[in-house]
Design a protein around this ligand. Structure first.
Ligand SMILES: [Zn+2]
Length: 343
C-alpha cells in the first residue's frame, strides 16, 4: 500500500514538473521575459534593471553604448546579412537606464521655454521608455561616407527600410512603431526603431500580420481592465478630435485629463451610466478639459456646458461628465461619443 502511494506521488510530481516546464514561455529565459511590454502606459518591471544582461557596443559615432546580450548577437547577424545586400546599418540609440532618462527629463523640464506638454511629447517619462529594456535598437544608415540618421531622412528612404524590415523577423526583431498605428503604440512611424522579441516565430507572426506588439499581446483590446491604457487612449483621441476636427478653426490648443472611468459593471449603481448602455469593451469617463480659443474666436459659442472662461489664462476650463469610448471588439477600433457639439 505504502509503495503504491509513493509511486502515485512520484507520478504526480513528474506531471507537475512537466506541466510547469511546458507553460513557461520560451521567451522567458536569462532571468527575464523577452516579450516585456514597455510603452507610455506600461512601466518597466521593477527588477528589470538588476537582471538584464548588457554587453558593450559602439554606436555609429564610435561612442560606448550598451545592448542586451542576445539582442546584440542577433543584431550583428542582421547587419551582416544586410551588408551582403549592400545595406550598412549602424547603431544609434540603444539602452538607456531609468536614471539617464530621468536626467534627460530633468534637463528638458528645467528649460522655462518648454512647457510640460512639450517635454512629454519629445521625452519619454522615466520608466516608460522601451529603450530601458536594452531590447530596443535605433539604427541609422551608412551610405558611403555619409551617415543617415535624421528622422526625416530615414523616413524618406523607403526603399532601404523596406529591405531592412523584410529581414527583421529572421533574427527575432520586429518593427515596433508602425505607420498610422500611433493610436495603439503611442508613437508615430519610426522605421529605425527595432525591437528584439527573443523568438523568430513570434517575430515572423507579428511582421507577417503587420500588427503592433500591443495587438500581438492582446493589450490594446483590454482597455476595460487597463485603466491607465484607457485614460491614455481617451485623452489622445479627444485631443485629436478637438484640435483636428471639431474646433479646428476656433482653438489653438486643448488638454484633457481623465478623472474617472466607468465600465458596464458600474451601470447597476448609477442610472446615468446605465442609460449609456455600455458594451463589455466600452468605457465611460469624466474628463477635465482645457481649451485655448484662437484670438477673435466666439467664446460664447465655444463655452461648453459647465465650462468657464478663465480670462487671465485665456483658456476655457471645465469638467465633462460623461463621455463614452466605444470599442469594436472585432478589430479594436475606437469611437468617441457624448462629447463636442451638444455637450
Ligand atoms: Zn527608439
Amino acid at each position: 500500500m505504502k509503495k503504491r502511494y509513493l509511486l502515485i506521488t512520484i507520478i504526480l510530481l513528474l506531471v507537475s514538473v512537466f506541466a510547469t516546464a511546458c507553460t513557461k514561455s520560451k521567451t522567458n529565459r536569462n532571468g527575464y521575459d523577452y516579450l516585456v511590454l514597455v510603452n507610455k502606459y506600461s512601466q518597466l518591471p521593477d527588477d528589470w534593471e538588476k537582471n538584464v544582461k548588457l554587453v558593450n557596443a559602439k554606436n555609429a559615432w564610435d561612442e560606448d553604448i550598451k545592448v542586451e546580450k542576445e539582442a546584440y548577437e542577433q543584431y550583428k547577424k542582421l547587419a551582416k546579412d544586410l551588408k551582403s545586400e549592400g545595406i550598412t546599418i549602424e547603431l544609434d540609440s540603444v539602452y538607456r537606464s531609468v536614471k539617464e532618462q530621468q536626467k534627460l527629463w530633468d534637463e528638458w523640464s528645467a528649460d522655462p521655454e518648454k512647457g510640460l506638454e512639450y517635454v512629454k511629447k519629445y521625452v519619454a517619462v522615466p520608466g516608460y521608455s522601451e529603450h530601458h529594456t536594452g531590447l530596443a535598437i535605433d539604427i541609422c544608415l551608412r551610405k558611403g561616407k555619409k551617415l543617415v540618421y535624421e528622422n526625416d531622412d530615414m523616413i524618406a528612404d523607403k526603399k532601404t527600410f523596406s529591405k531592412i524590415h523584410k529581414k527583421l523577423a529572421d533574427y527575432g526583431f520586429i518593427l515596433r512603431y508602425l505607420k498610422g498605428r500611433d493610436n495603439v503604440t503611442g508613437y508615430a512611424y519610426e522605421p529605425w526603431h527595432l525591437r528584439y522579441v527573443g523568438d523568430k516565430k513570434i517575430a515572423k507572426e507579428i511582421m507577417d500580420k503587420n500588427i503592433t506588439f500591443e495587438e500581438y499581446l492582446g493589450q490594446e483590446k483590454d482597455l476595460v481592465n487597463n485603466p491607465e491604457a484607457a485614460k491614455y487612449q481617451i485623452e489622445k483621441k479627444l485631443q485629436k478630435e478637438f484640435d483636428k476636427k471639431i474646433y479646428k478653426d476656433e482653438i489653438t490648443n486643448s488638454r484633457f485629463n481623465v478623472k474617472k472611468i466607468y465600465t458596464y459593471k458600474d451601470a447597476k449603481d448609477d442610472s446615468t451610466i446605465k442609460s449609456l448602455k455600455l458594451g463589455k469593451h466600452d468605457i465611460a469617463f469624466d474628463v477635465i478639459y482645457q481649451i485655448q480659443p484662437k484670438e477673435g474666436a466666439n467664446i460664447i459659442d465655444l463655452t461648453i456646458p459647465d465650462g468657464e472662461y478663465d480670462e487671465e489664462l485665456g483658456w476655457i476650463k471645465g469638467i465633462h461628465r460623461v463621455g463614452v469610448l466605444r470599442q469594436n471588439p472585432k478589430n479594436g477600433s475606437l469611437k468617441l461619443e457624448n462629447f463636442g457639439t451638444g455637450w
